[in-house]
Design a protein around this ligand. Structure first.
Ligand code: NDP
Length: 344
């Protein structure tokens, strides 16, 4: 087993002057290919896991493109999510043959990730697959779905209730956004989905959105510190001026969660929404979220919060199509729903 080879997506980095430029970041060229690796070359860890499914997240595409804020060292295999079967275990908590799930921590960042047939990781990053969730379903959720659930969990804990009014979801057709729309609708919220994709309005209505609006309607350019308060809650996945506009348009006592930066990592605001309307702005981090709370939330996702429309949210692909098609598409904001990756 230890000498066996396996398939993996492999991202290499070379100085720009040494090869013909394709994709360059900071004078470096990043190239991707599917290669055969040796299991002995995986990092040390308690558990060797055969990956049955992984999934594509925005962060994976950043890693695959040489974004040093995500991955410092190349060559590297991205993939922040993996669901599979324990192939070797050095600890008593997990047995060979057990179905497990890994999302977040350092997987796919600076530890070889789930876009491969095998990963080796510390046991502290690994969860037993919750009952009532298949390996494939766990990756339809993946980090994006977990982040949607965590955002909703935090909004509810902040006090958001369905009877308070409409909840806006931005980046609604994306991974986090689409699962957020479906989950909020399941929990009885009145969901307004904001999207840049005119062709995806029916998709969002089928997931449970009451109304679909164009993302261009959330681009306030006035210098006004506040606008008419419409939203009881906002689940923002994009940041930038869309977050700033949503903040200005949130009702008195409203709640906003913030997890993403596809529009921009920066946004500008005055203090007025906070000091005159008492708005609660909630940060969401799925990476270091503690394991005990993480397991509890996954139990909720697999049971009371399980979405009926999961299969409708998913496209499945192999490593080659991931490499040639979907990594570029997610960077261009063109994915609808979730891409589940079958690495073998
Ligand atoms: P996706 O690419 O799947 O979705 C992002 C969506 O945002 C797109 O589909 C598009 O939706 C919209 N969008 C794309 N570009 C722009 C733009 N320039 N301006 C406004 N909207 C845009 O990504 P994910 O859902 O996987 O991730 C969303 C964000 O959340 C990312 O920034 C990611 O890094 C972050 N994230 C953070 C986590 C955390 O723990 N904090 C965990 C997981 C993700 P549409 O066309 O419908 O508008």
């Amino acid at each position: 087993m230890n000498n066996a080879t396996f398939k993996a997506l492999w991202v290499t980095e070379t100085p720009a002057e040494n090869s013909p430029p394709t994709k360059t970041v900071h004078d470096r060229i990043y190239q991707r290919t599917v290669i055969e690796r040796n299991i002995n070359d995986l990092p040390a860890g308690d558990l060797l896991i055969k990956v049955i499914y992984s999934s594509l997240n925005y962060k994976d595409a950043l890693s695959a493109e040489g974004h040093k804020g995500v991955t410092r060292q190349y060559p590297h295999t991205p993939g922040i999510d993996a669901a599979g079967i324990v192939a070797q275990s050095n600890c008593t908590d997990f047995k060979e043959g057990q179905k497990v799930l890994v999302t977040g921590y350092d997987l796919g960042m600076n530890t070889a990730g789930g876009f491969a047939e095998y990963i080796r990781v510390p046991a502290a990053w690994v969860m037993k697959l919750p009952k009532n969730l298949s390996l494939q379903e766990s990756m339809i959720y993946g980090t994006a779905g977990f982040t949607a659930a965590l955002s909703i969990f935090k909004l509810q804990h902040s006090g958001l209730k369905p009877e308070q009014g409409e909840v806006l979801v931005t980046g609604a057709t994306g991974g986090v956004g689409s699962i957020a729309v479906a989950l909020l609708a399941k929990l009885g919220f009145s969901v307004i989905a904001a999207t840049g994709k005119t062709q995806s309005h029916d998709f969002l209505r089928q997931l449970g959105a009451k109304e679909v609006i164009g993302r261009d309607t959330l681009q306030d350019k006035s210098k006004r510190p506040m606008l008419k308060g419409r939203w009881a809650g906002v689940l923002d996945t994009v940041g930038g001026n869309i977050l700033a506009t949503a903040l200005k348009s949130t009702q008195y006592g409203g709640h906003i969660s913030c997890c993403g930066l596809v529009a921009s990592a920066e946004f500008s605001t005055s203090v007025f929404p906070f000091i005159l309307r008492g708005i609660n702005l909630l940060g969401v981090d799925s990476v270091e979220y503690p394991m005990t709370s993480r397991s509890r939330l996954w139990q909720l996702i697999a049971n009371e919060w399980k979405i009926e429309s999961l299969q409708q949210l998913m496209i499945e692909c192999d490593l080659t199509t991931l490499n040639t098609t979907y990594i570029d598409k997610i960077l261009q904001g063109q994915i609808q729903g979730r891409v589940v990756v079958k690495p073998y």
